[in-house]
Design a protein around this ligand. Sequence first.
Ligand SMILES: Cc1cc2nc3c(=O)[nH]c(=O)nc-3n(C[C@H](O)[C@H](O)[C@H](O)COP(=O)(O)O)c2cc1C
Ligand code: SF4
Length: 406
Amino acid sequence: MSKIFEPFSIADLELPNRIVRSATVENRSTEKGEPTVAMGEMYGALASGGAGLIITGGCYVQRHGRSLRYLTGVHSDKMIGPLSRLVDKVHEAGGLIAIQLYHAGRQTRPEVIGEDPVAPSPVKDTMTWVTPRAISQREIEETIESFGEAAERAAKAGFDAIELLAGHGYLINQFLSRRTNQRSDEWGGSLENRARFLLKTISSIRSGGGGKLPLLVKINSEDHLPRGFTLEESCRVCEWLEEARVDAIEVTGGTFESALDIARGQIPKKKILKQLHGAQKVMARIVLPLMRRRFAFKEAYFLENALAIKRHVPNTPMILAGGNRNPKHMDEILSGGDIDLLSLSRPFIREPNLVKRWQSGDRRPATCISCNQCFVAIATDKPVRCFIENPCSEANDRSNMNTSPI
Ligand SMILES: Cc1cc2nc3c(=O)[nH]c(=O)nc-3n(C[C@H](O)[C@H](O)[C@H](O)COP(=O)(O)O)c2cc1C
Ligand code: SF4
């Protein structure tokens, strides 16, 4: 049997195969953060499609921690009911579902959250053009508590696991990185101090009702930015994650400022430029061709970094994100023995039934061509979908779907 179809356990959660749907923004919730009927349909289809574990798109733990208007919230007890109905859709179709918890920090815009974004330090984001305000000591403690409360709600809603997003330039990553964390208090400076927010957040999740669920952490192997979080630092932080007994580590990389490192592939330059203004546009014209060269697509593009990290965390299951496309190559990676699970995002946008297709004997690679039209479109609040056969228009796709709360 192909390795990709072998079962695997994360703590006491038994996955039927080694293929994970990595967290993917849906843009299918209401402005209040409730998942919609359309979102339930999307997750039902993913579960029927055979993924071993489905991880939701990032769900915000505080109202001002959302990065886009139509993301899902887990910031209030009112969300427990709608989230439990989303979980039911997946369970009814025979799937397993983890919730991804996150806080955007500075990677959002004031018009989305109605106030100035916070970050460890007031360092301007060259992608969003936002200069955040420095988060206070009291707010740091409240935010850590919010993660714990959100995890407890996730447990009440019936999720099978929790994933904490510590990468992709969001708040936890902002604490880890010297580029965005220039604090001189106990939350900044040394790597120990910069990792304090992540480790305290894990303790907060573990000490409440969410502590009974398996806990996964998605972390950057590196930011690929000047003064950003490095591979060496990531190896050390992952050692601390192993000491904290997290149940799996998902390896990724990149932030909004190096966004085409996160989802490598083609760069829809015209579509990106359309979303930008003035000086941002000028800068993007210079930066995009450089990114294209630096972050060219190859299969399993974080594999080398993940193997480097694995040497530091021999006892923690490893999930590899980024560019997994060909079941033959995926099988070879798993046969190496260091990587336990492979996560895919864009291929499932295009083919929610991908695993079933491979299981039926059609082992052609995923048909996603990594053109990144879906990745760029989420910033315009469009519900995520594949744009190949049905190109992106100015029309608001939300009018075509049932956006009543689930
Ligand atoms: C449309 C889109 C939305 C995404 N949303 C999230 C997210 O909410 N949380 C997250 O950790 N990663 C997110 N990602 C990153 C993916 O999980 C994944 O790490 C990346 O796309 C590389 O995997 P792939 O080559 O299989 O697409 C998103 C990617 C895309 C394309
Ligand atoms: S638009 Fe379709 S083909 Fe292009 S990256 Fe997204 S899912 Fe893949």
